[in-house]
Design a protein around this ligand. Sequence first.
Ligand code: DX5
Ligand code: ZN
Length: 216
Amino acid sequence: MKRLIAPSILAGNHACLADSLAVVEATPGVEWVHIDIMDGHFVPNLTFGPQTVKDLRPGSQLFFDVHLMLARPDQYIEPFIQAGAQNVTIHTEPSYDHHATLARIRELGATCGICINPGTPVNDLLPYLDEVDLILLMTVQPGFGGQSFREDVLPKIETVAKWRAERGYSWRIEVDGGVDAITGPQCRAAGADTYVSGSAFFKNPDKAAFVAELQD
Ligand code: DX5
Ligand code: ZN
């Protein structure tokens, strides 16, 4: 599977997100951008709504990978896909109909992902393996960029990669949080193929080299 880096515009400048998106777009080799949606309930922070995604959409060729950190993601699937989300990832932890929500995402023409926090058992993903295009393993507690990578998540990446190899699945294995030039290769070695990177990407003066190092 082709390895992909998905820079997170959470680490960009929120007063001029289009400029931050342009930085991502201008980096050779980057095909995806990661957009973090937070509601102040499921996570203790607030970010963007569908209108932000909609306004960013026309200026970009990037694949919009939208990560919903919401207590009720099921109520926001349609607005985000209409706004231009191409993959929508939802969490297992809150209470709502996860299966119906994944099905709805696909029905509306996007791909779907399921995500767990660092403290959530990896087996909580098992009910969704046949229903998703992507599995996202949080490598920090979600809510804020710039946190330290949790090495204790590496065995979970290995477990999920083993499921994929043994059972013939083709979903992506994405990691999110604290991914940099040191921890990214650790995730790759454990079996991840899709790397969200916020702070490390935006701070890196040689973005193309950082991307090439992880993707190649
Ligand atoms: C954290 C978000 C991440 C965040 C990662 O809640 O889901 O996508 O942007 O940022 P860094 O790479 O700075 O940890
Ligand atoms: Zn994210």
